[in-house]
Design a protein around this ligand. Structure first.
Ligand SMILES: C[S@@+](CC[C@H](N)C(=O)[O-])C[C@H]1O[C@@H](n2cnc3c(N)ncnc32)[C@H](O)[C@@H]1O
Length: 272
């Protein structure tokens, strides 16, 4: 594990949902409407986590089957519990070796995962391998380099003001390739065709400061992992700084937005 990824901490499903799962579901729904896969086909999802994108596939795409894989046993347990659907199978696995046969899926997707995968080229090659000719491949990641995820940006701006060494842990520094041109180029290098990309922006509204802060204390994900690595007094200083710097409306609510880049592409027809 690299120094910068030591706080990523993917295990506790309920903690993840409080931090990220509550927003990723809306991105998933918008992404699926855009990629527009026909009903009654076989899907594979890479890095399903607690099932935000899986739930949206089952609810809106009428799949024949969904194989959803993730390396985290804790997240898989949460996803199975939330989505007891006979069409869905949640299985352990990583993006570098998908547990599926060649040319066995009509839609292969991944939400908010590829930036955490060490070898993205291999991941795209695997997504293509398991997809049938003509299949749709799609993925999305947060716009970290464009500082598009405001609740993370606010957190890290406060954290790095107090602890400059934390700068190397921020997602904009760790994941500079999460831009529209780099993601499109990744799809082209995998030999995919009809590649398109769009931004998807969702509202991330917090009822009050505690609603914003508490998920950072639950430890699931890079920023919460960092937050909980701090000594109690350093964490208290960070909390107080955020309490003063966050933009709030008169009723105490905090209205922010989060933007992802979404890519869709098609597997070319088999040659010969
Ligand atoms: C930000 S979460 C996204 C989860 C879910 N797709 C969503 O939209 O809420 C990132 C997920 O990537 C998974 N992950 C990390 N490394 C992975 C890898 N090499 N292959 C597949 N999944 C991976 C983590 O276990 C975690 O569930």
């Amino acid at each position: 594990m690299s120094i910068s990824s030591r706080h990523d901490a993917w295990s506790a499903g309920t903690s993840y949902d409080a931090y990220m799962g509550r927003w990723s579901g809306e991105v998933a729904t918008r992404f699926l409407a855009w990629i527009d896969v026909p009903a009654s086909v076989d899907w594979l999802e890479v890095g399903c986590g607690t099932g935000a994108l899986s739930a949206a596939i089952l609810a809106t795409c009428a799949p024949r089957s969904l194989l959803a894989i993730d390396p985290s046993d804790g997240f898989l347990a949460t996803a199975r519990h939330k989505l007891p659907d006979p069409r869905a199978t949640f299985a352990p696995g990583g993006a570098d070796a998908l547990p599926a046969a060649d040319a066995s899926r009509d839609a292969v997707v991944s939400g908010l995962v590829l930036n955490f995968v060490p070898d993205r080229e291999k991941a795209l090659a695997e997504m293509r391998r398991v997809a049938r000719p003509g299949a749709r491949i799609g993925f999305y990641v947060w716009d970290y380099p464009g500082r598009g995820v405001a609740f993370m940006r606010e957190f890290w701006d406060a954290a790095t003001a107090l602890d400059p060494a934390a700068r190397d842990l921020t997602e904009d520094r760790r994941f500079p390739f999460c831009t529209q041109p780099d993601l499109v180029a990744l799809a082209h290098r995998a030999g995919l065709v009809s590649v398109a990309a769009i931004p998807i922006e969702v509202a991330t509204g917090f009822a009050d400061f505690d609603d914003f802060w508490t998920p950072f204390t639950l430890g699931a994900g890079p920023a919460p992992g960092y937050c909980m690595s701090l000594e109690a007094d350093a964490r208290a200083r960070l909390r107080e700084r955020l309490r003063h710097t966050l933009p709030r409306s008169a009723d105490g609510a905090i209205a922010l937005t989060a933007r992802a880049w979404a890519v869709k592409a098609v597997v070319p027809p088999a040659s010969g």
